[in-house]
Design a protein around this ligand. Structure first.
Ligand code: ZN
Length: 595
């Protein structure tokens, strides 16, 4: 029954998933059925319990919080609490502990109760849509105790629609309750807000989310490394739904045995933290050639340049915190070898050099995000940082700047020039080429004037000709969850400018089309129409990649030299196929290494 409203989930047989038709995405399988199942929302549960106990239940609720935090789920639980009749069918009052087995409870959970209406204001924004509700409010419920209207993304309603609704909210009939949900509370008119009891659903803490995911993995008999769960939880950014959806993907990705952090990193396009720490160490010691080689290696292993920049920033943040508060926790697991190495490194670096590294990396982050070739921008940022590591401390630079207010640019360049001859820098010629460029961006005073960007027209809408383009954009914009879905869950049917049709895989979350349309609008400024198809569509990007990899493997096997080796060493296996960079390691061309 539910399936008829969620076509994306009823396409089991067409999906590539090994579990086929009976596979139920984790987010649905483990959707909480009552308030005890809601994780991290104790404040809401306490307030509601009190209200139910004293019989002072508001006639309108406003649930707000980031996407995927459980607003719709909470709304349905409230609707059940209002309408549960108990296993024996005799309950006549609302209860904070809906039974979950009576007819109203089941019907509401499956979104098919006639008296519990759900409306998505994102797609129905007009006064006519609201008028339907206003008309309906006048009539008594058909079978429930209370008529419940759940309006999702209520901030999307037009002004007219809000005004229409307002009259009903002012004098609601006793048999009606409204539950509004929104991700953007500031867009909801105060006149509406003031008539609702508001609940702020908070983001789930990473630790809580890890524990939750772990308990579900255990129930599913899935073995997964703690570090892998931590990566998922961090990428989910406090959203239970995203966390579960990534866990779904991880299960699909994972070979037999335990799902490793390595698998998750590859899936999310993240770099190995230990290696990023190596990279940072090399950069800060001025070993640029080695640093660039390290970056090339990370890139070859699938790490996204933007994620590398983010990790570097987190490392700098962590090191700085370690310096000012030695018990700082965070980026590295407290007991790990990396944490010890980081602590040692923090001892060697000064706070001014760390804060300088922070501002250079932050600038680099934006450049990487907007660059046509992110890895090149990433290399430039590292080179800049490596040379800056030899500069006098920032505070001195600032003082110099302030002292000679009349010609700050010259002062900035002067410092740069004096740093170049440093014996630590192995590649002097590069310094000459890039030195002035780099350091001109250093002191804040002139940063604005000389804000260098290799691609001046970066703010123009990016060209999105293929699904890969969109996946790359999602990654570049820091939306790893969406990127994972784009790669694994979409069978592209057609893609035109501002129009996309796809068949979702069995694992695709039902919000995928809507999420994608919203993000594409945010990123391109154009309104995108994203539609679902029931059949057809190309293999997913992940499937295509696997096919290509297998084909390449096969080609290599046919090489006479390889064949000779295989003949000579029976039982030999090809573990990986890699291209050897044609130039020396200082100038890796990772793009060529892709395929
Ligand atoms: Zn019930």
């Amino acid at each position: 029954m539910d399936e008829t409203q969620e076509p994306s989930l009823s396409l089991g047989p067409a999906g590539a998933g090994a579990r086929g038709a009976e596979y139920k995405v984790l987010a649905r399988k483990y959707r909480p059925q009552d308030f005890t199942g809601l994780i991290g929302q104790e404040a809401l549960v306490r307030t509601l319990s009190n209200a139910f106990a004293t019989g002072r239940i508001a006639h309108a609720f406003m649930l707000t919080g980031v996407r995927g935090v459980g607003k719709t789920t909470t709304a349905r639980i409230i609707a059940r609490a209002l309408n549960c009749i108990g296993p024996d069918g005799k309950r006549t009052d609302p209860t904070i502990h809906p039974c979950g087995v009576c007819e109203p409870c089941i019907a509401i959970a499956e979104s098919r109760h006639v008296d519990v209406q759900e409306m998505d204001a994102a797609s129905r924004t007009g006064i006519d849509d609201v008028r339907e509700i206003i008309e309906g409010v006048r009539y008594a419920p058909a079978s429930a105790r209370t008529k419940v209207y759940i309006i999702d993304e209520v901030h999307m309603l037009s002004k007219q629609a809000f005004n229409g609704l307002l009259k009903t909210l002012e004098e609601p009939p006793p048999h009606v309750k409204f539950i509004f949900a929104t991700t953007e509370i500031r867009k909801v008119p105060v006149t509406v807000l003031s008539r609702c009891q508001r609940f702020d659903l908070r983001r789930i803490e990473t630790g809580e989310l890890i524990a939750h995911l772990q308990s579900i993995a255990t129930k599913e008999n899935v073995k997964i490394e703690a570090a892998a769960l931590a990566l998922i939880a961090r990428a989910a950014e406090g959203s239970v739904r995203d966390g579960l959806s990534l866990l779904d993907q991880a299960i699909a990705h994972g070979e037999e045995g335990t799902i490793t952090a390595e698998t998750i990193r590859a899936m999310l396009g993240l770099a190995d933290r230990g290696r990023v720490l190596d990279l940072f160490e090399k950069v800060m010691s001025g070993a640029i050639a080695e640093a660039l080689a390290g970056l090339g290696e990370l890139y070859d292993r699938g790490a996204d340049p933007l994620a590398v920049m983010q990790d570097l920033l987190e490392i700098v943040h962590f090191l700085t915190r370690v310096k000012v508060a030695p018990n700082a926790e965070g980026f590295f697991d407290g007991s790990s070898g990396e944490a010890k190495r980081a602590a040692e490194m923090a001892g060697k670096l000064s706070v001014p050099s760390l804060t300088r590294a922070w501002s250079l990396l932050l600038k680099g982050l934006f450049e990487v995000r907007d660059a046509a070739r992110p890895v090149a921008a990433c290399e430039m940022a590292l080179i800049r940082l490596a040379y800056a590591a030899d500069l006098p401390p920032t505070d001195k630079l600032f003082r110099d700047l302030l002292d000679s207010n009349s010609n700050p640019p010259l002062e900035g360049r002067g410092s740069a020039g004096s740093a170049d001859p440093s014996p630590k820098n192995p590649s002097r010629p590069l310094a000459d080429a890039h030195g002035p460029h780099d350091f001109s961006t250093l002191p804040q005073g002139e940063g604005g004037r000389l804000a260098v960007s290799p691609q001046p027209a970066t703010n123009a809408a990016p060209a999105l000709h293929t699904l890969e383009d969109i996946a790359a954009l999602a990654q570049a914009k820091g939306a790893p969850v969406l990127k994972v879905h784009l790669e694994n869950d979409m069978h592209l049917v057609s893609l035109e400018p501002d129009r996309l049709e796809f068949r979702p895989s069995a694992r695709a979350p039902k919000t995928l089309a809507g999420d994608l349309a919203q993000k594409l609008k945010d990123w391109t400024g154009a309104r995108w129409v994203v539609t679902l198809a029931r059949e057809g569509g190309a293999p997913t990007l992940a499937e295509q990649k696997r096919t290509a990899k297998a084909a390449r493997h096969e080609r290599v096997l046919q090489e006479p030299l390889v064949r000779a080796v295989m003949d000579r060493f029976p039982g030999a296996e090809i573990v990986a196929v890699r291209d050897i960079p044609t130039e020396d390691v200082a100038a890796p061309t990772p793009e060529d290494g892709e395929e």
